[in-house]
Write a protein of this length. Structure first.
Length: 491
C-alpha cells in the first residue's frame, strides 16, 4: 500500500515534502519501526513521540504523522490530533477487519471481565471461533497474548483484529474502558452488540466527575446503530436496574434489549437462590424461561450472567445453548476465586477495587459464612483518591474485621494512601498493615474455622507496582503460603 492510499482515511491533512513511498507497516513506537513503516507521533504522559521522529527515520520510516513540526527527510503528514488520526489510519490500513466478524463490546464499572468470559464461552458453545480482548489478556482462538491496558491503543487494536480475521475468528468480545472511549481508541471499530454492566464510582482521577465518566461510557452506545443493515443489526444491551441505562437508551440508534432483577426487563432473573456452591435462578426471556444452576456465587454474578445471556440471545444463539454454557463455567481467575484449603476457612481473592464491587463481594460472603468475615483492602496509587475513604467505609461496614494495606502504590507513598483511607472511618475499628504480604499472613493467622478472608483489589494480577519497579506478587500464592504456615501445619 502506498502513502496516498493509506491517507485516504483522512479527509484533511497537510503534507510536507513530496513523495508517495510504499508503506509496509504502521507504528507508534519508534523502537518497532522498520524499513517502510509510517511512524505516528503520539504525545503520551511520559514520552512524546515527536521527539523520536528522527530516530524513526534512521530506522527506516518512510513517512511521519505528526501534530507539530518535525525536521526529517521523509514526507510528514500534519494533522490536528495524531491519536484520532491513528485510529482512522489503522482501521483503513488493516482493511476494516471488524467488518468480517461479529463483535460484542462491554463497558461498565464492574463485571466486564467476568461477562466477557461468559460471552466467550457462549460463543464457543455455539461453534464460533472466538477472539477476546480484556483486562487479563487477549485471545485469538486458543492463543493467549499478554496485554497492558483493558482496551489497547487503536493501532494495536486494529492489528489484533486483523490477526483475528486471518486466524478465522468468526465472533469476538472485548472490554471497552471509559479511557479508551474518551481517547477514541475504538474509532473505526464496528460493534454489533454493546453491553452495559453498571456505573459506580471509579476513575475520577481521569474523568473528574461522575457525569463525565457516564458520558464517556455512553460513547460506545452513541456510535452504535447509526447505520442499519438488515443482515447485521446492532443491539444495545442495557441493565434495567441501573439509572445510567436511561441515558444510554436515549444516546443510541441501535435496538435496545434490557436485562435486570428488580425492574421490568426483556431478560430477567427471578427465584434467585444463593448457596455456597453457586447460584440458581430462573431466567425469563421473550418466548420462554429456563432454569440456570451456576457455579458462580453472588447476586452480582447473576447480573453478569443476565448480560451474557442477553448478548448471546441477540446474537441468535439458542437459549438452551446459552443455558448450558453458563452452567459449565467454573469461574474466572481473580474474580471471587476461592483458594482451596482444609482449614475450614474460606479464602477468597477478588479484583474488587471500587467501593461497589467490594460491597458486592462482602455481601455475597456474609450469608455463606458461619464465623467472621475478615476483609483486606487497599487502594492503588496515582488513581482516584476520592474512592479511598469509600473503600475503607465498605470494608468496615460489611466485614467484621478490616485490614487496610498496600495495593499498587506506584509513585505515591503507601502511608499517604492509607491515611486517605483512614480519613473515611475515624470512629471505626480496623488494622493497618502496610506490607501486603504481612497483611494477608495476619488475616489468615487469626482466622478460625468457619471464618472467611476476603483479599480484595488485585485479583488475577501477578505483580505489585512500587515506584517504577515491578515486583512479582500474587495474592493467591501468598494466601497458599500463609495457609501452609498456619499453626505450623499443612494447608
Amino acid at each position: 500500500m502506498d502513502l496516498s492510499t493509506v491517507l485516504r482515511a483522512l479527509p484533511f491533512y497537510q503534507q510536507d515534502k513530496d513523495g508517495n513511498p510504499a508503506i509496509t507497516s504502521m507504528e507508534n513506537d519508534h523502537r518497532l519501526v522498520q524499513e517502510g513503516s509510517i511512524f505516528i507521533c503520539i504525545k503520551g504522559f511520559t514520552f512524546d513521540g515527536h521527539n523520536a521522529a528522527e530516530e524513526a527515520v534512521r530506522k527506516g520510516a518512510a513517512a511521519i504523522v505528526a501534530e507539530r513540526p518535525v525536521d526529517v527527510s521523509v514526507p510528514v503528514i500534519y494533522v490536528p490530533d495524531t491519536k484520532r488520526a491513528m485510529a482512522l489510519l489503522a482501521a483503513h490500513f488493516y482493511g476494516y477487519p471488524t467488518d468480517s466478524f461479529h463483535l460484542i463490546g462491554i463497558t461498565g464499572t464492574n463485571g466486564k471481565t467476568t461477562t466477557s468470559h461468559l460471552i466467550d464461552h457462549i460463543l464457543r458453545a455455539h461453534g464460533e471461533t472466538t477472539g477476546l480482548i480484556g483486562t487479563m489478556y487477549m485471545k485469538i482462538g486458543d492463543q493467549t497474548i499478554e496485554t497492558k491496558n483493558t482496551t489497547p491503543e487503536s493501532l494495536t487494536l486494529q492489528k489484533t483484529f486483523s490477526n483475528m480475521k486471518e486466524a478465522g475468528v468468526t465472533a469476538a468480545v472485548m472490554e471497552v474502558s471509559s479511557h479508551a472511549l474518551q481517547e477514541g481508541r475504538t474509532n473505526g471499530t464496528a460493534f454489533n452488540v454493546a453491553v452495559f454492566t453498571n456505573l459506580t464510582q471509579d476513575h475520577l482521577d481521569f474523568h473528574k466527575t461522575m457525569d463525565e465518566y457516564r458520558t464517556a461510557k455512553g460513547l460506545l452506545f452513541a456510535r452504535l446503530g447509526n447505520v442499519m443493515h438488515s443482515d447485521r443489526p446492532s443491539f444495545a444491551v442495557l441493565n434495567a436496574d441501573d439509572a445510567a441505562s436511561a441515558v444510554y437508551r436515549s444516546m443510541t440508534a441501535a435496538h435496545v434489549v434490557t436485562y435486570g432483577i428488580d425492574h421490568p426487563a426483556d431478560i430477567r432473573a427471578k427465584d434467585i437462590r444463593l448457596t455456597s456452591g453457586g447460584t440458581a435462578f430462573t431466567i425469563t426471556y421473550p418466548g420462554g424461561e429456563l432454569q440456570v444452576q451456576s457455579k458462580l456465587a453472588g447476586r452480582f454474578n447473576v447480573y453478569n450472567m443476565l448480560a451474557a445471556f442477553a448478548a448471546g440471545f441477540v446474537s441468535n444463539i439458542k437459549p438452551e445453548t446459552i443455558q448450558t454454557a453458563l452452567e459449565q463455567v467454573e469461574g474466572v481467575a481473580g474474580r471471587f476465586e476461592v483458594v482451596p484449603n482444609d482449614r475450614d476457612i474460606s479464602v477468597i481473592v477478588d479484583y474488587a477495587h471500587t467501593p461497589d464491587s467490594l460491597i458486592n463481594v462482602l455481601q455475597t460472603v456474609r450469608p455463606l459464612t458461619k464465623g467472621r468475615v475478615i476483609a483486606i483492602a487497599g487502594c492503588g496509587g496515582d488513581r482516584d483518591k476520592t474512592k479511598r475513604p469509600l473503600m475503607a467505609q465498605a470494608a468496615c461496614k460489611y466485614a467484621d474485621e478490616a485490614i487496610f494495606t498496600s495495593d499498587n502504590p506506584r509513585s505515591e507513598d503507601p502511608k499517604a494512601i492509607l491515611k486517605d483511607m483512614e480519613a473515611g472511618v475515624p470512629q471505626e475499628r480496623y488494622t493497618v498493615i502496610e506490607d501486603r504480604k504481612e497483611a494477608i499472613f495476619e488475616a489468615i493467622r487469626t482466622a478460625k474455622p468457619g471464618d472467611a478472608v476476603v483479599i480484595a483489589g488485585k485479583g488475577h494480577e501477578t505483580y505489585q507496582l512500587i515506584g517504577k519497579d515491578v515486583f512479582h506478587f500474587d495474592d493467591r500464592e501468598i494466601a497458599k503460603e500463609a495457609l501452609l504456615q498456619k499453626d505450623g501445619g499443612q494447608a
